[in-house]
Design a protein around this ligand. Sequence first.
Ligand SMILES: [Cu+2]
Length: 231
Amino acid sequence: MKRAFFAVVTVLIGAAVVAGSVLLLGNAQAEPAVLVATVVGTAKTDKGEVPHATVALSIYPQRSASVPGPEHGPGVGIESTDWPFYWPSTTIQLPANSLITMTVLQYDGSTTVWNDYFAEVHGTVDGTAVYNGKVQDKIEADNVAHTFTLHQYPESTQPELFVSVPMLAVANNAKNEANGYPKPQEITFSFMTGDPGEYIWNCEDPCGDGYVDFGGVMSERGWMSGTVTVV
Ligand SMILES: [Cu+2]
């Protein structure tokens, strides 16, 4: 009788551990609420007059009283919550066959990119981005805080979509303002979407931990990685 009781308890504990792990891991990679691009009118492009939509994002170096940050933690095995994240969401929805203008307020300091390719602007309308009002096709590799790098899933048969824009860092010794963050860099860039498809984006600047700092938040939804759905 006693043995049967312990056997049942052991099985129940096992079931609870599995259920708990599923909940924890599922929650850790839960998709944040969808951020839908705002259609603001039309734009004249190479492909004629198309819908024009805007997306506004910010990049914060860590959570704070003024910016709560992602709902779930920065991942299993990562202790500190002082990790950077895109805000208010990493789950983005864009209209198909449209001109998209993204504006990013970037509040974080620099970590040098491993590959200079990601210090260059790729895939935007004229291969440039606007940094605090100045048009540039690249920035200094050691002045990159993060990148917004949008690409296909491997083996995809979807319309080609690749955009990579380096996010200019604020000085590492910049003073914080009242909101607890330094004055941000403003980065604006535009690109065209094609037909509907599912894409993924992530940061290519080593801002996480683990192997060459490419682990942790670098692959975490809600932090440095997300999806783009073109509808
Ligand atoms: Cu990053």
